[in-house]
Design a protein around this ligand. Structure first.
Ligand code: ATP
Ligand code: MG
Length: 407
């Protein structure tokens, strides 16, 4: 016999899991709709080059990439920003700007799996293309904030930085732009030991740099590093009633293509997988052969949000069944099917015993199916034309005509 296992790092989702996932998805879609974003979808796989263009050749190690039967190098998408920019360049260049786009899709990364880190995971993300820079940044930050609030997440830490500030910090301390690129992954992982070693090789004093990288606080943090334009963004957020963020100049996001504001959101208590959102302003369109367009966006780690919500004991709503019909014999079943069809047609959710169980077993099943009421049909109900309706929460029983259940 063959032993069947899911591939490492993948998950099956049972009805209860899917109920929670759909609930969160609907919540997030609701927010995106209220913010005036339109949904896009792109293929699950792309030419590998699309991702190496955005993220550098190092990304190969993290990807599911292969040659297809036509000899083309393709990869399952590890993220959705590059596909979104490809879609823009291929089909939306002439569309009225700003473009406000969002996506929800599975991504694939060849990583060491653990709680909150999977080989197939889902990103919910948004991008604004062609807005005036600060205005787009305010909108995207407000959107990310609202997505997290509306999901019911508590105690998330919203951290905002600026790679321009970061680059200037390195430059002022003697690291020229071409020397900076290899440092971003170290800054991103807060690997200060590794950073010290790399800076020592360049004969750069790490002290002043690390002091700023480790700092965070209110907007006074910006006083040390003027000229970022972040002040305008923070003012805009204030006017939208958002003030629960910290300024953290050390956010690097690990990639070279970020150009301005960057941000990350953590939920403390999730250990190493605490980051539930990352984003910022970037320039990619030039790389894909199009005119420059201001671009800002983020991706929420959908699975990590669920891990966090579950850890916080969030009250996920449970699907309810309005009625569970229990016929006591073959004649009663005929009537039961008629009642079932009418209830469903009237928009009520209804199910009928399919296992021909006795009353007590059928009622037990009805409770486990989360039914609000059982409709019991026996000899007496057939004669009187009145149905017995049992409230499964209180155990109370009453008689009612079918018409009374349709509303
Ligand atoms: P990490 O540092 O945790 O690997 P990342 O910087 O690689 O995250 P991004 O590329 O910015 O992550 O992706 C955006 C979000 O997607 C992350 O903040 C995280 O919540 C989620 N995410 C990233 N990789 C995974 C994964 N392997 N499994 C589940 N969620 C993930
Ligand atoms: Mg990663």
């Amino acid at each position: 016999m063959v032993e069947l296992h899911r591939p490492k790092g993948t998950r099956d989702f049972l009805p209860r899991d899917m109920e929670r996932r759909r609930w969160l998805e609907e919540r997030l879609r609701g927010v995106l709709g209220r913010f005036g974003f339109g949904e896009i979808a792109t293929p699950a796989f792309e030419h590998t080059e699309l991702f190496t263009m955005r993220s550098g050749p190092g990304i190969i190690e993290d990807m599911y990439n292969f040659k297809d039967k036509g000899g083309r190098e393709v990869a399952l998408r590890p993220e959705l920003t590059a596909p979104t920019m490809r879609l823009y360049v291929e089909g939306l260049l002439g569309a009225p700007k700003p473009l406000k786009l969002y996506y929800f899709g599975n991504c694939f990364r060849y990583e060491q799996p653990q709680k909150g880190r999977y080989r197939e995971f889902w990103q919910f993300g948004a991008e604004i293309l062609g807005a005036k820079r600060a205005l787009g940044e305010i909108e995207i930050l407000a959107l990310a904030h609202e997505c997290l609030s509306a999901s019911g997440l508590k105690d998330f830490v919203f951290r905002i930085g600026h790679v321009g500030v970061l680059r200037k910090l390195f430059l002022d301390n003697g690291v020229p732009p071409e020397g900076q690129t290899p440092l971003w992954p170290l800054v991103d992982k807060k690997d200060f030991e590794g950073l010290r070693a790399a800076l020592a090789e360049m004969n750069v004093d790490a002290g002043p740099i690390i002091a700023v990288l480790g700092s965070s606080g209110g907007r006074e943090v910006l006083d040390n590093v003027p000229g970022s334009g972040l002040e305008e963004v923070l003012d805009g957020l204030g006017r939208l009633g958002i003030s629960d963020f910290v300024i953290e100049p050390g956010i690097a996001r690990g990639l070279d293509y970020y150009t301005g504001m960057v941000f990350e959101v953590d939920v403390p208590g999730l250990g190493a997988e605490k980051q539930v959102c990352g984003g910022g302003s970037y320039s990619l369109s030039e790389l894909f052969g199009a005119e420059p367009v201001t671009s800002t966006g983020f991706a929420l780690g959908f699975d990590r949000m669920l891990v966090a919500l579950e850890a916080q004991g969030a009250a996920f709503p449970q699907r309810k069944l309005d009625f569970y019909i229990v016929p006591m014999g073959p004649k009663e079943r005929e009537e039961g099917l008629r009642v079932l069809a009418e209830l469903r047609r009237a928009g009520r959710s209804a199910d009928i015993d399919l296992a021909d169980r006795n009353l007590s077993k059928a009622l037990k099943y009805a409770s486990s199916a989360n039914a609000s009421a059982a409709v019991i049909i026996g000899d007496e109900e057939l004669k009187s034309g009145l149905l017995t309706v049992k409230d499964l929460a209180t155990g109370e029983q009453r008689k009612a005509p079918l018409a009374g259940l349709l509303k």
